[in-house]
Design a protein around this ligand. Structure first.
Ligand SMILES: O=P(O)(O)OC[C@H]1O[C@H](OP(=O)(O)OP(=O)(O)O)[C@H](O)[C@@H]1O
Ligand SMILES: Nc1nc2[nH]cnc2c(=O)[nH]1
Length: 185
């Protein structure tokens, strides 16, 4: 077997499962209910943040049973590293944001640098209101702002490097059907 395949399989085998597939699915369904309660009448533009937001958005969107439009953006500050750097804007949303209620969907709020920059960008583009939904929020006191939280958050995780449900470890395991913490990280 290819050594990268072998080492990535080992990462998975040694990882700690923080949430199983069914726990994640239940949390997403609950979150969809909360979003529906508050945003169903607002004709929102829902913007998924690639790549990490892909799986979460794919599961959340069909549970939002009200009129909405969807777009995506790509911004990255970790690449394949486990520490964040400067935010690299790769693709901006194509839609006009002027006077729109915007819901940003991402996989994780860690330090919150990414979501803070995206929210600022949406506000500068003329959005009427900007909401954020994340699959997980990481609990620690290193946030970009002390009060930095997502408006909608399905699950919380301890301060470890996690993968699965769209989140990668060195570019791998976005496909893992659960949320896992890398051994030793
Ligand atoms: O709260 P922060 O500390 O800013 O980190 C959160 C961001 O980190 C990840 O993106 P990443 O840069 O790894 O890009 P990716 O989505 O392509 O994995 C994740 O998808 C969030 O967008
Ligand atoms: N995959 C992954 N991406 C992140 N971006 C910020 N924190 C994390 C994390 O713990 N895992």
């Amino acid at each position: 077997m290819d050594s990268i395949v072998q080492s990535m399989q080992q990462v998975f085998d040694e990882a700690d499962c923080l949430y199983t597939k069914s726990q994640v699915e239940r949390a997403i369904a609950q979150l969809a209910g909360n979003i529906t309660e508050t945003l169903a009448e607002s004709n929102p533009l829902v913007i998924s943040v690639m790549n990490g937001g892909l799986v979460f958005a794919g599961q959340l969107l069909p549970l939002l049973q009200f009129p909405l439009q969807q777009d995506y953006m790509h911004a990255s500050r970790y690449g394949e590293a486990v520490q964040g750097g400067t935010l690299d804007w790769r693709v901006r949303p194509e839609s006009m944001l002027t006077d729109r209620t915007v819901l940003i969907i991402d996989d994780i709020l860690d330090q919150g640098e990414t979501l803070a920059a995206i929210m600022e960008d949406c506000n500068n583009a003329g959005a009427k209101a900007v909401y954020t939904a994340v699959l997980v929020e990481k609990l620690h006191d290193r946030k970009a702002r002390p009060d930095m939280h997502a408006d909608y958050c399905a699950l919380t995780v301890e301060d470890r490097f996690i993968f699965g449900y769209g989140m990668d470890y060195k570019g791998y395991w976005r496909n893992a059907a659960g949320i896992y913490a890398v051994k030793g990280l």
